[in-house]
Design a protein around this ligand. Structure first.
Ligand code: UGA
Length: 423
């Protein structure tokens, strides 16, 4: 199939590369010329395990990137994969969605056949029908049924996006007509996952609800973990026993410093705003966010309890990315932790295998070490913020620490001297 992807960010690029790898003809439209050049040179502008390998085996016919909407008029499917960042009130900003829709519409003016516009970006229910559809049709000067509309949410985890794309738990296709939905189903024909066909708004809601539910599992585990900590119980033992109940499931029950990243905090906030606008008080969603905001403070409070006044103390922060296998620091739990440490007068030395350059843009004045061992050298205390597997293998460095106050915000260390935030 001929596919156009609007937006060469992490979702658009992974989606485009995987479709190209499956033999489709893909064009990625991206506003950043530097990204366009990199994609055309078969280099990934973001770090995502496996992506470079896929890019390197695509041909120019399979995958190319451009600044223009030239290929839209001959495409079978156009996926909108642009960002929906939060507004100040927590709602989703749809500016890029609207402008992508208008640009697609303009490019469709001379199109023949039945083009289908698919929203993959995470958007509030109603967006495809009331924002995307009118913008495309008005700019295309087309009658209502000349263009199909679908909503096909992504469930890709950063750091594991290729695997998630290829082996999804389910494929959700919302559409405004069976014909549009069938076209999207066709591109996923070789996948073995169950396909859920819905209307447009239900598909949009499935994405928000999935992320909100996963975030709820994490905040719930964190709250139980906080109780366990006070009672001297290991929350990981508890959740192992709880998660084996098939009605609950073992995943996303890892207690710790809370969830970060570009999705959970933003999507839960946006859903809460949406609930409020619909006249529903989002009590659970508010609590999910509140628990999440408290975890970093609990971590610093625990450290302070052990070290005493943090003023002038050297504190090593291991892990800056919002999770392992990525250089992304958006909403990383390390940010509020470092901020509070600095407010309390601590000297922060940070280390991350990948994310230090990105964190440097937020905290240019703290120390950055070239290794975990260097960060720990002379440290009065250490906070572990990201579940990088390599942190589980640095017992020797911890043994060398003079005071050995090590607190984990993620359960990753095998070193027995560490204490966990919830265990
Ligand atoms: C999340 C979802 O998992 C994807 O399905 C979704 O497509 C994506 O958002 C999105 O909306 O684009 P992602 O944000 O990349 O993916 O990362 P996750 O692996 O879900 O982790 C999010 C945060 O939760 C991380 O900070 C992680 O450390 C934390 N987490 C995760 C926990 O604290 N405990 C857990 O048990 C699991």
């Amino acid at each position: 199939m001929k596919i156009t992807i609007v937006g060469g960010g992490y979702v658009g690029l992974v989606t485009g590369a995987c479709f190209a790898d499956a033999g489709h003809e893909v064009n990625i439209i991206e506003v950043d010329p530097a990204k366009v050049a990199m994609i055309n040179e078969k280099k990934a502008p973001i770090f995502e395990p496996g992506l470079d390998t896929i890019l390197s085996r695509t041909t120019e016919k399979n995958l190319r990137a451009s600044l223009s909407y030239d290929t839209v008029s001959t495409s079978d499917l156009m996926f909108i994969c642009v960002g929906t960042p939060p507004n100040n009130d927590g709602s989703a900003n749809l500016t890029s969605i609207e402008s992508a829709s208008r640009s697609i519409g303009n490019a469709l003016q001379n199109a023949t056949g039945y083009p289908v516009v698919v929203v993959k970006s995470t958007v509030p229910p109603g967006t495809t029908e009331t924002v995307v559809r009118p913008a495309v049709l008005a700019s295309a000067h087309k009658p209502e049924d000349a263009v199909g509309f679908a909503m096909n949410p992504e469930f890709l985890r950063e750091g594991r996006a290729i695997e998630d794309f290829r082996h999804p738990d389910r494929i959700v296709i919302g559409s405004n007509s069976p014909r549009a939905g069938d076209r999207v189903a066709e591109v996923y024909r070789s996948f073995s996952a169950p396909v859920v066909r819905t209307g447009l708004a239900a598909a949009e809601m499935i994405k928000y609800t999935s992320n909100a539910f996963l975030a709820t599992k994490i905040s719930f585990s964190n709250e139980i973990g906080n109780v366990c900590k006070e009672l001297g119980i290991d929350v990981y033992e508890v959740m192992k026993g709880v998660g084996l109940d098939q009605r609950i499931g073992p995943k996303f029950l890892d207690a710790g410093a809370g969830f970060g990243g570009s999705c959970f905090p933003k999507d839960v906030s946006s859903l809460a705003v949406l609930a409020g606008r619909a006249g529903v008080d989002p009590k659970i969603l508010r609590a999910v966010l509140e628990v999440n905001e408290c975890q970093p403070h609990r971590l610093v409070a625990l450290l302070e309890k052990k070290t005493g006044n943090l003023s002038g103390r050297r504190i090593a922060v291991l892990g800056l990315a919002f999770k392992d296998n990525t250089d992304d620091v958006r909403d990383s739990r390390a940010i509020p932790v470092i901020k509070e440490l600095l407010e309390k007068g601590a000297r922060v030395v940070a280390f991350d295998p990948m994310a230090a350059p990105n964190m440097q843009k937020i905290f240019p004045a703290i120390g950055y070490a070239g290794s975990a061992g260097e960060a720990l050298m002379g440290a009065d205390g250490c906070l572990v913020m990201t579940e990088w597997p390599e942190f589980g293998r640095i017992d020797k460095e911890f043994d060398l620490m003079a005071h050995r106050i090590v607190i984990e915000g993620r359960r990753i260390l095998s070193w027995k001297g560490a204490e966990g935030i919830c265990w």
